[in-house]
Ligand binder design. Structure first.
Ligand code: ADP
Ligand code: MG
Length: 398
């Protein structure tokens, strides 16, 4: 997501040095303090270690020159059958076979292939290492990054993006990683700012400033930005995460026909990152500016079954924005498209600066294996396949 950055004039922020030194102070481990649990690179799994089988060539090349690698990765994450689904005798309708998703009752067993498929036993930490870490480290180097969780209600989007104490999600892992990178980069000074917004029925609300007016997306020659959004300078992971917790209180949620508390809005958590080399802050080329957008999308279930007018209206807005997102990502993947319809939804319009150019995009599609959700899972798999078409390897077509 783009906001109007302080460094659009490509000057280092004078606050950057102060932020860096107070980050260092704040990050001294204190027992019981959330900041003391910041991850270190030595404790992190590598992609090769993190999932069954070797890492695909795609991920092996991600740290190379940003101009030559693929910028869009599409992965599918299975959640386990829930205890309730097991009690109800649900069967496994779809399963992971390597990096292909196969339908159980289908014969022959041809499925859909992705950059990576995460089996139900995969932890969020392992998903992070493969599908998020390169986006976060890129953002710290000045490459825009965007990570989406896409899927139907209760497929595991929020578990993947936010998680909980036992299983932290991609957002807390990314925030901790960002601060670890700052610690490990002594020759640069950083300024990190956080914003948190929600798109509900094509209206953009500032979750850090709930009393404010809805926000407008504006455009200038450098791209789109959200006018007047509240941004807070953050000095520690705990500080950033406390802002999300406060913002969560202001989300729109509603009960769907699935009898579940379901998210009907998209939320975008944005980390805005500025950095400059020590001693060179007046030299434009030493300054970087980028944004990392971490997005928990609204449930992608079809709106046909909705009974009330309000729910149908929400559903049609959600469907339109997700359809546009799919079109935009597939055109970015294609690389040759001339017209990319960013303007067709608020979601893609406000992400335009992040998605275009060399920005890194990771689409994580969450699915349940459960047979009762088989058709919705199929819709998610088709969406993911359309976003990035990957040929099924002959060896996986058994
Ligand atoms: P969504 O945000 O897509 O509606 P949630 O993330 O809320 O779905 O997940 C629904 C339920 O399933 C939650 O109770 C969550 O803890 C659980 N769940 C989701 N994904 C996993 C997973 N990979 N492993 C274990 N439990 C999961
Ligand atoms: Mg959710």
């Amino acid at each position: 997501m783009a906001t109007r950055p302080a460094s659009r004039q490509r000057k280092a922020s004078p606050a950057a040095a102060a932020a860096k030194s107070s980050q260092q102070q704040q990050q001294q481990p204190q027992s019981g303090s959330p900041t003391s649990s910041a991850t270190t690179s030595s404790s992190r799994l590598t992609p090769e270690m993190s999932v069954d089988g070797p890492a695909s060539p795609l991920f092996a090349g991600l740290d190379e020159d940003p101009g030559t690698k693929e910028n869009v990765t599409v992965t599918v994450r299975f959640r386990p059958l829930s205890p309730r689904e097991i009690r109800q005798g649900e069967e496994v309708a779809w399963y992971a076979d390597g990096d292909t998703v196969v339908r159980s009752e289908q014969n022959p067993n041809v499925g859909y292939a992705y950059d990576r498929v995460f089996a139900p036993t995969t932890t969020t930490r392992q998903v992070y290492d493969v599908a998020a870490q390169h986006v976060v480290s890129g953002a710290m180097e000045g490459i825009y990054g965007t990570i989406f969780a896409y899927g139907v209600t209760s497929s595991g989007k929020t578990h993947t993006m936010h998680g909980d104490q036992r299983s932290p999600g991609i957002i807390p892992l990314a925030v901790k990683d960002a601060f670890s990178i700052i610690q490990e980069t002594p020759n640069r000074e950083f300024l990190l700012r956080v914003s948190y917004l929600e798109i509900y029925n094509e209206v953009v609300n500032d979750l850090l400033n709930p009393a404010g007016q809805s926000l407008r997306i504006r455009e200038d020659p450098q791209g789109t930005f959200v006018e007047g959004i509240k941004e807070e300078v953050v000095l520690s992971p705990a500080h950033a995460l406390s802002l999300i917790a406060a913002g969560e209180e202001h989300r729109h949620v509603g009960s769907t026909n699935f009898n579940l508390l379901s998210s009907r809005s998209h939320t975008i958590f944005t980390l805005t990152i500025e950095s400059s080399s020590y001693g060179e802050s007046n030299e434009g080329e030493a300054v970087t500016f980028s944004q990392l957008n971490l997005i928990d999308l609204a449930g992608s279930e079809s709106s046909r079954a909705e009974t009330t007018g309000v729910r149908r209206k929400e559903g049609s807005y959600i469907n339109k924005s997700l359809l546009t997102l799919g079109t935009v990502i597939s055109k970015l993947t294609d690389g040759k498209a001339t017209h990319i319809p960013f303007r067709d939804s608020k979601l893609t319009r406000l992400l335009q600066s992040s998605l275009s150019g060399q920005g890194r995009v990771s689409l994580i599609c969450t699915v349940t294996p459960a047979s009762s959700n088989s058709e919705e899972t199929h819709n998610t798999l088709k969406f993911a396949h359309r976003a990035k078409r990957i040929e099924v390897q002959a060896s996986q077509n058994k």
